[in-house]
Every structure is written in structure tokens, then in C-alpha cells.
Write a protein that binds this ligand. Structure first.
Ligand code: RP5
Length: 166
């Protein structure tokens, strides 16, 4: 377990791990300490509520919550903390993530969840969004984010040059 984690990554099941690793990889790239936990809004509600309620006291600044199907996890976590909660809808199930998207994004007024795209793109963006929030008060992260974007720009250019070269 990471020492002094500032981002909590929580997912409803170990089956979400391959997707949520995308968020973890981004945090690692930017040198941000995080903790990964499995806790379900449905199967282990008391444990989930305790995890969310205690997060701020432990020095967590941002929570990323990923779940699939009737994905109440992000909303339930958000209800028990004033930390910003970023939701990642998992793909899979009969509706392939559309159920999780609606469950995560359609929060009633009062308890927001910043909802990302379904699946790996959403998990990666959740990591980046967390970095952007932390960069508001961290010059090192701000510089690293600017360089990250500059590198994306260069990569597109390299691909275009390769395409033109045939
Ligand atoms: C959700 O149900 C989890 O987040 C997962 O995406 C989905 C299916 O869970 P498993 O049956 O694979 O454990 O709670």
C-alpha cells in the first residue's frame, strides 16, 4: 500500500482492475501517490461508506471511483465526502457500459460526480483530471502537464509526417 496516498482509486470489483489501471498508470507517470481499493456500493455498502467517510482524514485529496452496471459507487462515495469524486463507468454487462454511464453521470442536484467516458479512455482521463486539479496548487505538476500536452502535439505531427511519407 502506498505511503501517504493523495488519490484514492476505488472500484466495485476486481473485474474493473484492467480498466482502472489506466488511471493508476497516469498517476504513476506524474509521480502522484495513490491507493487502490476494491469496495462495492451494493455488495459491501458499510465498507464503502467508511472508506469514503475516512478518506479526507487520511490526507486523500481526490477520489476516482469506477464501477459497472448499476454503478452507484461514485455517487455513494460522493455522498460521504466533500472531496472531489471522479466517476469512471465500466464497460461490459448487457448494456456495455451505457447503464454505468447513466448511473454515474445522472446525479441529482447537490452531490456532484465528475463523470468521465466509459472504459479505458475514461479511466485515463480520470487520472489526468486528478492531475489537473492537483496542478492548481503544484507548479511541478503544472509544468509536467504542459509538457505532456506538448508531447501529444508532437506525436500527432510525427504521425502526420509518417502518413505523408507513405
Ligand atoms: C459492479 O459490478 C462492478 O464495479 C463491476 O463492474 C460489475 C460486475 O462485477 P463482477 O460481477 O465482475 O464482480 O459492481
Amino acid at each position: 500500500m502506498a505511503t501517504n496516498p493523495i488519490v484514492l482509486l476505488v472500484m466495485g470489483s476486481d473485474s474493473d482492475l484492467p480498466v482502472m489501471r489506466e488511471a493508476a498508470d497516469v498517476l504513476s507517470t506524474f509521480g502522484i501517490s495513490y491507493e487502490m481499493r476494491i469496495s462495492s456500493a451494493h455488495r459491501s455498502p458499510a465498507r464503502t461508506l467508511a472508506l469514503a467517510a475516512d478518506a479526507a482524514n487520511r490526507g486523500i485529496k481526490i477520489i476516482i471511483a469506477g464501477a459497472g452496471m448499476a454503478a452507484h459507487l461514485a455517487g455513494v462515495v460522493a455522498a460521504k465526502t466533500i472531496l472531489p469524486v471522479i466517476g469512471v463507468p465500466m464497460p461490459g454487462g448487457a448494456l456495455n457500459g451505457v447503464d454505468a454511464l447513466y448511473s454515474t453521470v445522472q446525479m441529482p442536484a447537490g452531490i456532484p460526480v465528475a463523470t468521465m467516458a466509459i472504459g479505458k479512455a475514461g479511466a485515463k482521463n480520470a487520472g489526468l483530471f486528478a492531475v489537473q486539479i492537483l496542478a492548481l496548487s503544484d507548479e511541478r505538476l503544472l509544468s509536467a502537464l504542459l509538457e505532456y500536452r506538448a508531447e501529444m502535439d508532437r506525436e500527432v505531427e510525427r504521425k502526420d509526417v509518417a502518413l505523408q511519407a507513405g
